[in-house]
Design a protein around this ligand. Structure first.
Ligand SMILES: Cc1cc2nc3c(=O)[nH]c(=O)nc-3n(C[C@H](O)[C@H](O)[C@H](O)COP(=O)(O)OP(=O)(O)OC[C@H]3O[C@@H](n4cnc5c(N)ncnc54)[C@H](O)[C@@H]3O)c2cc1C
Length: 477
């Protein structure tokens, strides 16, 4: 059953389509609940990378480790872990490039020690055209390619080691309401959560780390604005021909901007690689329906053939492998400027996700804070979404620590204010840059096409962008 969330503001509810919102009297919770809610300092809804990072940060710090904390996650968190018998022959299709700033944060929380490092690839050259020219003798690590499941497994292990978190996993939030003024305590400004297991929890601070359709954001009546790109990101785990990206000198991420969106191949250990191909929903559906051989041919073609060739290939329901082989013979390419050829696609890894741009009006309300995709959703072309969530989690830990140290109520709007001011402008700038890059490269006619056809130099010419991505990658602002 979808969560039944009551926004607490006075505004109309009909605009919230993502979650089934049911209007009911505000005091229903108190009149119908037989037992008193269990009281927590922090209740975090969502055990994705952002929520787990926040809780680990709170428990790893002596200032906040004493807070009474609960995590509610709808999925079974045991299934979110890397299988113990995982081999380097297969990888999850949900991989992210972690920036050095995110890695530093995970190191400080001693989470990085738990990451299975044989499954990480270092990428010296992400967004190469945006950054300084390549210098193999002095490589700069721009990103660490890692499966999301590897990050989540390490965060869960560290949290278990630290202890002190009540886990409610495979448990959904059914409703969130405001409490009432009782004999024992005034809960009238407190979110009261009713869980699918029948329990009720009262949160001094409720954190929404519950993804793009955040029920917590709906409860807080925080508007999230934006649009759909009418694009899907097709992902897959790929095996390259030969040794693949064997040596450190070859750890290169490739991204080609096609009129429908960028196709990116990012290095994984050995001869494995991960694909993110942003394209129209129709083309994404066609790619997913292809045989493995035809899918592999299309990915190779995506880096080698012209947009006109690709357009034709997308009209075929099968037979791409033969067609691409023939067309490639007649298309000269500089093999040094493109990724190695894909030989196979790993079974069951071709999937797609709708791409959206969303930004909440604010990240905080009374007794509520939003982190990660609950607060913002970004186009994946610069691989920033998960990293933004890591930055949010670290900033919220700092805000809560400060409130604890100065004796403030950690759920008060005053105490939470610094969190929004620290993160909002930073995230907004990144959302804007990625959106503009998408638009610049998606135009099919008009004056921008000339600029785009300059290829890499076009972006390189946007001087400040280079510095922008470099400083964000390193954790600057
Ligand atoms: C194609 C693609 C490629 C990407 N590549 C990159 C990349 O290279 N680098 C990068 O940094 N980012 C990347 N991203 C973005 C990144 O994957 C997301 O930003 C990140 O996973 C969001 O993490 P989160 O913890 O905020 O939310 P989520 O991972 O969405 O977690 C939210 C959690 O909340 C739980 N939940 C929701 N509602 C309820 C409820 N009612 N009750 C209980 N639990 C609930 C869900 O089960 C879920 O586990 C990519 C995204 C896409 C689509």
């Amino acid at each position: 059953m979808p969560p039944r969330i009551l926004p607490r503001g006075p505004r109309a509810l009909s605009s919230r389509s993502a979650v089934w919102v049911h209007v009911r009297p505000q005091r229903r919770f108190a009149s119908s609940s037989a037992t008193a809610p269990e009281v927590y300092d922090v209740v975090c809804v969502g055990g994705g990378p952002a929520g787990l990072s926040l809780l680990t940060g709170l428990k790893a710090s002596p200032i906040t480790s004493g807070l009474k904390v609960a995590l509610i996650e709808g999925q079974d968190l045991h299934k979110s872990r890397l299988p113990e018998d995982a081999t380097l022959e297969s990888f999850s299709n949900r991989c992210s490039s972690l920036t050095p700033a995110s890695v530093k944060n995970l190191q400080e929380m001693q989470v990085w020690d738990g990451v299975t490092d044989a499954r990480i690839s270092f990428d010296w050259h992400t967004a190469k055209p945006l950054l300084t020219p390549r210098n193999p003798s002095q490589p700069t690590t721009i990103a660490y390619m890692i499966e999301n499941v590897n990050t989540v497994t390490a965060l869960l292990s560290r949290l278990e080691q630290l202890g002190g978190v009540d886990f409610y996993t495979s448990t959904k939030v059914n409703s969130i309401d405001l409490g009432t003024d009782t004999d024992k305590m005034d809960f009238s400004s407190w979110p009261i959560l009713t869980l699918s297991n029948g329990k009720t929890l009262a949160a001094r601070l409720l954190v929404g780390a519950d993804g793009a359709n955040s029920p917590v954001r709906t409860f807080a009546d925080i508007e999230s604005r934006g649009f759909d790109y009418s694009r899907h990101g097709v992902v897959a785990s790929l095996k390259l021909e030969g040794q693949g990206w064997g040596g450190p000198d070859h750890k290169i991420a490739y991204q080609r901007f096609l009129p429908t969106g960028p196709i990116a191949m990012l290095p994984l250990p050995g001869n494995m690689s991960t694909l993110v191909w942003s394209t129209t929903p129709e083309r994404a559906a066609k790619l997913k329906a292809l045989s493995q051989a035809d899918f592999v041919a299309m990915v190779n073609a995506g880096f080698r053939l012209s947009p006109t060739d690709l357009e034709y290939l997308h009209t075929l329901s099968s037979g791409q492998a033969e067609e691409v082989a023939w067309r490639e013979k007649h298309t000269p390419v500089d093999e040094h400027a493109i990724p190695m050829r894909v030989a196979h696609v790993q079974d069951g890894t071709v999937a797609s996700f709708p791409l959206r741009m969303r930004h909440a009006d604010t990240y905080t309300g009374e007794r509520v804070a939003l982190v990660g995709d609950a607060a913002h959703t970004i186009h994946p072309l610069a691989g920033q979404g998960l990293n933004q969530g890591q930055g949010d989690a670290a900033a919220l830990v700092r805000t809560i620590s400060h409130a604890v140290q100065t004796g403030q109520d950690i759920g008060s709007t005053l105490a939470l204010e610094s969190y929004t001011s620290e993160r909002y402008a930073e995230n907004n700038a990144m959302l804007g840059v990625c959106d503009k890059l998408h638009r610049l490269y998606s135009v099919e006619s008009g004056p921008l096409v000339g600029l785009r056809s300059l290829g890499l130099r076009a972006v390189d010419a946007m001087g400040p962008l280079k510095g922008f991505f470099m400083s964000r990658a390193a954790g600057g602002s």
